[in-house]
Design a protein around this ligand. Sequence first.
Ligand code: HAM
Length: 420
Amino acid sequence: MNITAPRGTKDILPEDTAKWQYLENITRKIFSSYNFKEIRTPLFEATELFQRGIGEATDIVEKEMYTFEDKGGRSITLRPEGTASVVRSFLENKIYGQAQPTKYFYIGSMFRYERPQAGRYREFHQLGVEVLGSDNPAIDAEIIALGLQLLEELGLDNLELHLNSVGCPKCRAEYREKLINYFKPYLEELCSDCQDRYDRNPLRILDCKVDRGKEFMNNAPKIYEELCEECEDDFDQVKEFLDLLDIDYILDANLVRGLDYYTKTAFEVIYKGLGAQDTIFGGGRYDGLAEEVGGRDIPGIGFAMGMERILLTLEEQGIELPIDNSIDLFITTIGEKANKEAFKYLHKLRKAGLKVEMDYLGRSVKSQMKAADRNNANYSIILGEDELEKGVATIRNMTSGEQIEIKLENLVEEMEKRID
Ligand code: HAM
């Protein structure tokens, strides 16, 4: 029996790990310039957190969670997203007692039992930010700017920012009624999923991929035209702050997001070239979530980006990340004695911080030179009996072919000079 990785999961092999590390490093750099601090929460949580936080009537909670009973009889769920966990942690650790707002970011695996396809996996990785403790609309614009900056610094373009406001429980309840009345005559024409959504979650009809494009969908009442005064004012300010930063957006009344905790601002950044799964990042405000999971009225906003989707977009746009997978030196040896001497130098060079490799398979000089190439060595040296006797070595620059003889005892310093 051949055991393979579970459906919807992927090994990340070293040639790809380098890209992931690059992405994580640039994320940490940019996020810290916006003063976000990293938080790491458990990969699994009490199931109830997601039921209450994300909402019982969402696809995630209804169909996509990896839920199991642990040996202690507790219902546990592998996290399908990071926001509920961050809010739980914020409350549990009483972070609200410190100076606000709190700006956290996270990078890690999430798990959803979805039908795998390009850009959609069962274990996937998100990098996300959450700001808790401020309802200032400037923060909404700030995190959108942050997400876009990251993608732009990676070299991506042709991204679309879609923006909506999903209002507050008060105006959304009224809008919900309007929507139910509006869709009533079209109930038969809706897809079977939407007929189901009609009673439980009618806003989700708006972003249905099946019903999209049907005439009556275009004329549905727009939520951003039905906001209460407070939400409208808030939305105007978000747009104004985006304008201040010269960030273009597309008003999108059908953007309702798949999680129930959103209030007011909701947004997604899309790259059309990705096909069906074209959202690179999505997020919004969730001013009622802390109340829902911990009984405290604390506003919040955040987004999460699918890291696989960032990498797919880079590929689609033909962008090579500037990844250096070279080593500084490969030591080729001839004979047992030289091999042992090289082994000592290998250790010294590595202790000096250089990336160095040698042959361990007793290969011919020719094969060792090939190994130097395969390892992308910038320099190589050959050590044999002769070199040892004379106490010299020839350093070869693998790109230019230039060779220079040095004293073997100076090898570490000579190499340090060449590598900055
Ligand atoms: P979400 O829209 O469910 O939001 O996911 C955010 C991003 O994660 C998506 O735009 C997509 O790039 C990626 N993603 C989601 N599911 C998958 C999947 N199965 N395979 C690959 N990538 C996927 C959230 O998770 C919210 N917690 C975002 C948020 C943070 N809102 C406020 N704060």
